[in-house]
Design a protein around this ligand. Structure first.
Ligand SMILES: [Zn+2]
Length: 234
């Protein structure tokens, strides 16, 4: 049996049920003098945790970090409007491309919007918030609008940290991480989302997003958010 590995690199394994981790067992068979043949491949998965039900959490007032509005980054209006939602989860993404080196501020956000609207055919930029390596927080869709980032999208707020957080690539900058924690705390307090509801894109789709190194920080980030919420309720 292999060691437990998180799900999943692009395209390696597709599951129609949610899972957090998988392990693989390959059984080889060989008769004398024969090249071993694969006799069996066994894939086991572990289900993800379910967050607390929406609305069971007490609200908390934590200020939103300074926001670069859609007008300020030069957003186009949504093409087909939005469907509305009540947020109960927040999904963390990385951009993968552009990475930190390719980031050029608002022009990068306009590029992502163009890609989502023209290439993907979506109504608007898919995420609700984006965070640059310089700590700039960009406004995407309103949190009460259904996004396009992690199907099934309804009820999920999508936050994209610009960069490629695969091992050996970018590392989230301290200011980018700080803004991520603060916007998560604000949104959890505002929409009464449990910190268990802060999730990684890879928990819902066959993708490595938000990259190995950011994914590894999520438990610590959840703890920091919980600390801020506790502080605000005092
Ligand atoms: Zn993602």
């Amino acid at each position: 049996m292999s060691r437990w590995k998180p799900l999943i690199r692009e395209g390696e394994l597709l599951l129609n049920s949610p899972a957090r981790s998988f392990q693989v067992r390959i059984v080889l068979y060989s008769a004398a003098e024969e090249t071993p043949r694969v006799k069996a491949v066994v894939v086991q998965t572990v289900m993800r945790r379910e967050p607390a039900a929406a609305g069971t959490i007490e609200a908390a007032t934590i200020p939103m970090p300074e926001l670069t509005t859609r007008a300020a980054w030069g957003a186009k209006p949504p093409r087909d409007g939005y469907n509305t939602q009540t947020p109960h989860m927040i999904v963390v993404h990385h951009a993968f491309q552009p990475d930190h080196a390719a980031y050029t501020g608002p022009a990068t956000i306009r590029g992502i919007q163009k890609f989502h609207m023209e290439d993907r055919g979506w109504s608007d930029i898919g995420y609700h918030f984006l965070i640059g390596p310089d700590g700039k927080l960009y406004e995407g869709r309103p949190p009460t609008a259904v996004g396009a980032h992690s199907p099934p999208n309804t009820g999920k707020i999508g936050i994209c940290a610009i960069g490629n957080f695969e091992t050996g690539q970018d590392t989230i900058t301290p200011v980018q991480r700080d803004v991520l924690v603060r916007v998560l705390a604000h949104l959890c307090g505002q929409y009464r989302v449990a910190t268990d509801g802060i999730r990684a894109h890879r928990e819902f789709q066959s993708t490595s997003c938000p990259g190995e190194t950011l994914f590894a920080q999520l438990p610590k980030i959840r703890d920091e958010v919980a600390g801020m919420i506790q502080q605000a309720r005092r």
